[in-house]
Design a protein around this ligand. Structure first.
Ligand code: NAD
Length: 281
């Protein structure tokens, strides 16, 4: 392998250490950052995720709490619960379990969480801020990818960034973040006719399709920086979207696992600390 592998776990640990200092400063103002999970029914993966975030938050002095609602909850009840968390000035972040149960429409949710507390950037307010290049909370995975590029000293301005995937949680927001940093951005997706023609032009290639092995060596140019956000659980463990044979051509790559994932969790906690720093009292 000739590319430099980015150690996402180490990068996440450094980010969490820097948060520890910010939490200490807040403690002197009597503020304990607080992230509230809203759980809907009994979902195994959602519980595993919440427990993981709790474990990472505890040593930093970030409080995490859970509200439990039934899986068949009516939207009005969810709205009341989120409203109470919005009104509670001691809450800094609100994460409602995703994906929502089928009977709840996600677009409704995207207007009820207060902008400051929307630490995963799902609201229209934060999407608008991202679009306008204003400070806000972008979705954590997209923010994590930008953090990795910045920490890896990757030049963004003027470079050609190609994004594979256009979801509202990864592909589209990272494309906006890169555009805000003056990259020339191409967004590709399932309907793209000639994916290879686009990816070959990339100086920075961000892949978030959820298709293992989608990116092969013939699709990239030597020296490309590759960020692989894909996560698929296969028989051989967790794999990304990029064929590891690409590592011999790239200059910098994120492995899966141990790349974007751990940084995403740390960036989420950074959002909670940032929000606590902006409490109005
Ligand atoms: P999604 O299914 O919502 O979107 C996938 C996108 O990829 C779509 O825009 C689709 O058009 C595009 N796509 C699919 N197949 C393609 C192909 N053959 N060619 C070109 N484009 C194609 O998925 P998502 O929620 O954005 O997640 C994408 C991947 O990122 C998944 O593997 C997911 O598990 C992972 N993910 C990782 C993190 C993290 O923290 N690392 C967070 C969220 C999602």
């Amino acid at each position: 392998v000739t590319a430099t592998l980015i150690d996402g776990r180490a990068m996440a640990a450094r980010l969490r250490t820097s948060l520890r200092c910010r939490v200490d400063v807040l403690a002197r103002r009597g503020i304990v950052p607080h992230l509230a999970f809203v759980m809907l029914g009994d979902s195994g993966p959602a519980r595993v995720y919440a427990s993981r975030i709790e474990k990472l938050a505890a040593p930093l002095g970030i409080q995490v709490s859970r509200r439990e609602l039934p899986g068949d909850v009516r939207f009005s009840m969810l709205e009341r619960e989120v409203g109470a968390l919005n009104a509670d000035s001691a809450v800094d972040g609100i994460l409602v379990q995703m994906p929502l149960p089928e009977h709840l429409v996600e677009t409704h949710l995207s207007s009820i969480i207060e902008q400051r507390k929307d630490v995963d950037g799902i609201t229209i307010q934060n999407a608008g801020r991202l679009y306008l290049g204003l400070p806000g909370h972008p979705p954590s995975t997209a923010a994590a990818i930008l953090h990795i590029l910045t920490e890896g000293n990757v030049d963004i301005a003027g470079r050609h960034a190609v994004v594979v995937g256009r979801s509202t949680i990864v592909g589209h927001p990272i494309a906006e973040l890169l555009l805000n940093r003056d990259a020339t951005v191409t967004i590709t997706h399932r309907q793209t006719r000639d994916l290879e023609a686009a990816t070959r032009l990339a100086d920075i290639l961000v892949v978030a399709a959820g298709v293992p092995g989608l990116i092969t060596p013939r699709m990239i140019s030597p020296g490309v920086v590759i960020i692989d956000a894909g996560i698929t659980v296969s028989d051989s463990g967790v794999v990304g979207d990029v064929d590891v044979a690409c590592w011999d051509l790239a200059s910098l790559v994120t492995p899966v696992p141990g790349g974007v994932g751990p940084v995403t969790n740390a960036v989420l906690l950074r959002g909670v600390v940032e929000s606590a720093e902006h409490r109005s009292e």
